[in-house]
Write a new protein. Structure first.
Length: 303
């Protein structure tokens, strides 16, 4: 295979992203790193297709560009650990739709970068979707821009003992206290050792490479899956009219990826929201790694 290979790209969609294509029997590990970093910083999402990949190569490749890998402690979905590596996880906890969202935006500590690997695509459906949070902000009506600039979101949850032990990967409430403290999350421990937790943040952020306002949050899936889990920070409801506008914008600017075996997807989690379509094929298997870029970033203004 060729080494020190150049990037051969084509648009991933009319709106967003680039696809890095293996046109000359390249090794993905030999791609020009500086060129790829520059492209990622500009585009926010890159798809690598047609390369010889497996789980080991995916791990090597992501290690070249990333640091501070996370183990998903505090994450709300169940994720299966792959090959004994707690930073390599399957995303297939269930098969229904997940609305567009920023990863783990219901807490302060987020992964700045996401990597996905297609170990096995669904026979049909199950597309991963994404959109540009900068474009999402631009599409908001002026009243919604003003509303989300003035009011923050409040995520809240109630977990019984078994649930928080699973979610926080510990049976020690002191560990949970420390995780919540580091995430600026308010924690209440009840007499039955269940917990109540809430976290407040803005849906309007700034990405790590630009100073343009970005709409990025966990609002859409939280509202569609657990409607009582999110409100404005003053306790007022995020009503159906608001959500209809947000869902309409999401569908208008969404790009789909129909997975092929061996695909690798690189996402800026401070700019790009992602989700997925529903599927029925239980052989679909997509892996994720949560991390930060090894290369330079600007400070994220999340809060």
């Amino acid at each position: 295979m060729k080494t020190d290979a150049k990037l051969y790209t084509q648009p991933l969609s009319e709106m967003l992203g680039q696809q890095v294509v293996n046109s000359e029997n390249m090794s993905i590990l030999a791609l020009n790193e500086a060129a790829m970093i520059k492209l990622f910083q500009s585009e926010g999402v890159l798809l690598f297709r047609g390369f010889a990949t497996n789980v080991e190569i995916f791990t090597q490749f992501t290690n070249k560009f990333s640091k501070d890998f996370m183990d998903y402690a505090g994450g709300v979905f169940n994720r299966r650990i792959i090959n004994g590596d707690s930073t390599l996880l399957s995303v297939n906890d269930f098969n229904h739709e997940i609305k567009l969202h920023g990863e783990m935006y219901y807490q302060k500590t987020i992964p700045l970068m996401l990597w996905f690997f297609c170990a096995h695509p669904a026979a049909q459906e199950g597309e991963t979707i994404f959109c540009d949070g900068k474009q999402f902000f631009n599409e908001l009506s002026q009243p919604l821009k003003e509303l989300f600039s003035q009011k923050k979101l409040k995520y809240r949850g109630h977990l019984d003992k078994d649930a928080w032990q699973k979610q926080y990967k510990t049976n020690d409430l002191n560990v949970v206290k420390q995780i919540c403290k580091s995430n600026d999350s308010h924690l209440v421990i009840n007499k039955d050792e269940s917990i109540d937790i809430h976290y407040i943040c803005s849906a309007i952020q700034h990405s790590m490479y630009e100073n343009h306002p970005v709409f990025i949050s966990s609002l859409l899936p939280a509202k569609s899956m657990y409607s009582e889990s999110v409100s404005f920070d003053d306790g007022s409801e995020i009503d159906d009219k608001i959500m209809r506008e947000l869902y309409d914008i999401a569908e208008k600017i969404t790009t789909e990826i129909c997975w092929e075996k061996g695909d690798i997807l690189m996402i800026d989690n401070t700019r790009i929201m992602h989700g997925r379509r529903a599927f029925v094929d239980d052989k679909r298997d997509i892996y994720i790694r949560l991390c930060s870029p090894l290369f330079s970033t600007n400070e994220s203004n999340k809060g």
